[in-house]
Design a protein around this ligand. Structure first.
Ligand SMILES: [Zn+2]
Length: 256
C-alpha cells in the first residue's frame, strides 16, 4: 500500500527545524568572531575574519550535509523501498565562492571619501553601523551556503537513488512569498532539471519522494496554490507581486 508523504509532514518539519537550529549556532559562532575585525586595521583584519568565517562555513556545511543524509536515510526506511543506497554527502562550496560572497558582504566597511559622488549612503554611515550591516549580510550569506549544502545532499541523493522519484519543497508558514509559491507546486520529478532556488534567509527544505509513495500537498501549501491560481496566475508578468499582495490581504504572514 502506498505510504503518504508531504511537504508538511512531521519528518519534513523536524528536519527543517534541525537545519534552522544549526544555522542559529552558526550565527552565534560568527558573532564571536567579530572581535577579529579591528576598525583601525581593516585591510589586514577583514581578510583574517573572512578566513575564519570560511572555516566555520565549511564545518557547519558538513554538519548540514550529514543531518540531511540522516534524514534521507530515515525517510527511505519509512518508505520501505528495497535495495541499499549510500547517500553521497554534498561537499563544501569552493573556497573562492565563499570568500567572494564574504568580500561582497563587507565591501562597505572600508572608509570612503564622503565628497566623492560615488560614495553611497551605506558607505557614509559611522563605522559601527557599517560593521553591523556587514555582519548581517555575512550571516545571511553564510546561512545560505550552509543550508544549500544540506539541501544539495538530499537533491543529489534523489537524483542518484533509483528508488527515489521526486523531491518537493517544504516551506515554513513564515516563509516568503517566493518560497510559498515554489512549495505550492508540490513534488517536482527528478527528471526535471529544475535546481532548488534559494535566497539569503531561506530555510526551506527538500523532501524526497520514493517509489510507492503518494505525495500529498500539505493543507497550507494547498491553500497557497489556491491563492496563486485565483489571484496571480491570470496575470503574467505580475504574478509574484499579485501573489504576495493576496497573501497579505488574506492574512498570511509575513507579507514579504
Ligand atoms: Zn525559502
Amino acid at each position: 500500500m502506498a505510504t503518504p508523504t508531504s511537504d508538511g509532514g512531521r519528518a519534513a518539519n523536524t528536519h527543517r527545524r534541525a537545519q534552522r537550529g544549526l544555522t542559529r549556532l552558526l550565527v552565534r559562532d560568527m558573532r564571536s568572531l567579530r572581535r577579529l575585525i579591528i576598525p583601525s586595521r581593516l585591510e589586514q583584519t577583514v581578510p583574517e575574519w573572512i578566513e575564519a568565517v570560511r572555516a566555520l562555513v565549511e564545518q557547519y556545511g558538513a554538519a548540514s550535509s550529514s543531518l540531511s543524509a540522516d534524514y534521507y536515510e530515515a525517510e527511505r526506511i519509512a518508505a520501505a523501498v528495497t535495495g541499499r543506497f549510500t547517500v553521497p554527502l554534498a561537499g563544501p562550496p569552493p573556497d573562492e565562492q565563499v570568500e567572494n560572497s564574504l568580500r561582497w558582504a563587507t565591501k562597505d566597511v572600508y572608509p570612503r571619501d564622503p565628497e566623492d559622488p560615488a560614495t553611497t549612503d551605506a558607505q557614509r554611515q559611522p563605522m559601527d553601523v557599517r560593521l553591523e550591516q556587514a555582519e548581517k549580510k555575512a550571516e545571511a550569506v553564510a546561512q545560505r551556503l550552509v543550508t544549500d549544502q544540506g539541501r544539495g545532499t538530499v537533491q543529489e541523493a534523489v537524483r542518484q537513488d533509483r528508488q527515489a522519484t521526486a523531491w518537493a519543497r517544504s516551506a515554513a508558514l513564515g516563509a516568503c512569498s517566493f518560497c510559498k509559491l515554489l512549495a505550492s507546486r508540490g513534488a517536482v520529478y527528478k527528471q526535471d532539471t529544475a535546481k532548488f532556488r534559494s535566497h539569503d534567509g531561506c530555510h526551506c527544505g527538500v523532501v524526497p519522494v520514493f517509489k510507492g509513495q503518494r505525495f500529498e500537498l500539505s493543507d497550507h501549501a494547498s491553500e497557497w496554490a489556491r491563492i496563486y491560481r485565483e489571484y496571480a496566475a491570470p496575470y503574467p508578468g505580475d504574478q509574484l507581486n499579485r501573489f504576495r499582495r493576496a497573501l497579505a490581504e488574506l492574512g498570511h504572514l509575513p507579507a514579504l
